[in-house]
Design a protein around this ligand. Sequence first.
Ligand SMILES: Cc1ncc(COP(=O)(O)O)c(C=O)c1O
Length: 396
Amino acid sequence: MNKEEFIQEYAVERQHTNAVKWDALKDAFGSEDLLPLWVADTEFKAPKAAINALTKRVLHGAFGYSFTPKSYYDAYFNWQKQRYGIELHEKWLRFGTGVVQSLSVLLQTFTEPEDAVMVLEPVYYPFMRIIKENKRKLVVSNLVQTAGKYTINFDDVRQQMEENNVKVLIFCSPHNPVGRVWSEDELNKILELCRQEQVIAFVDEIHHDLITGDRPFVSALSVKDGFYRDNMVVVDAPSKTFNMAALLNSHVIIPNPQLRDRYDECVSRLALPAGSLLGRVAAEAAYREGAAWLDGFLKVVRSNFAYVKEELTKEFPTIQVSELEGTYLMWIDLSQVVGAKEVMRTVKEKAKLAVDFGEWFGDAGLGYIRMNLGTTPDNIEKATSALISALKENNA
Ligand SMILES: Cc1ncc(COP(=O)(O)O)c(C=O)c1O
């Protein structure tokens, strides 16, 4: 599907629909008068096939207890196999209502209070929140940034794992917010480190369908033909891919039977729900028939990225934009134009934009913003122009 067709068919106004991104601005930013480019969801309807399947199911009218049908596994497994060569098995898969919820349960399953859990910052901040709220010790290794490209400091990761006796690494692949799609070599190195240091890898692959650059996505499950599978849990979901976060359906993939038993025991003790009926109905249809939709969506994201990058760097050559290999989240360093500590005030109060501010992702993010590109070109043009005017005003 081309970009114009996609926008024509799927763009939708979300204001006054209880959308966190649009209707909860006051709580999050203290003002309603902002253009929202923060929460990672989009201004596009889910694929038609998903909406039709939901409509049919809703019109049936009975919503009693339900289980995951074989057809769901088929649809999801085919999607993973055809697009990425990932071989999955029913017995590996568990369901949750969200990736963050599952990560928190996984922490409770595989670590004890005070155990050390590592993240690579800057990174999606709920990782740090659940580590702290579960009373685990947060250990940070900073990614290294060179000319807008982030890489892993493997020596530092090893040293910190050893010094802190790290039990778990929560690893984001592709990486929110820096937009990296990790190469097989990088994945191999980090998973090998985890193996050597006896650290379980929780690999969050929720952004794996959102590949915007040339580097193909490789699942941690496939590295070295599955060599590291016994030492990892992979979490993912159809929610970022098809804009269905509120349908509460996510995946937990645990190939190792011993780890799986421990997880099952914890889920049973906490009596946790296994996803949702409507979430499964929508996702199954999207996995079967949503490829053209995703293709159209990614064209919008690539085009929005190119537009913002060109406009910003034309006006301000010192703005550093990280290349977008994956995700629909653009990571922009404004610190050379406004000074790191002034970024928040300038963007919020002058440009009137609600973005995610870099420091939310860890200290290394100070001076950056994360801009959500999963919206209409119209919103993107308005936001870019407002940002440029605010930066000019600041520099005048
Ligand atoms: C890396 C990452 N993990 C998890 C989530 C949220 O997933 P869920 O809504 O399923 O908890 C997000 C949302 O932005 C994300 O970027």
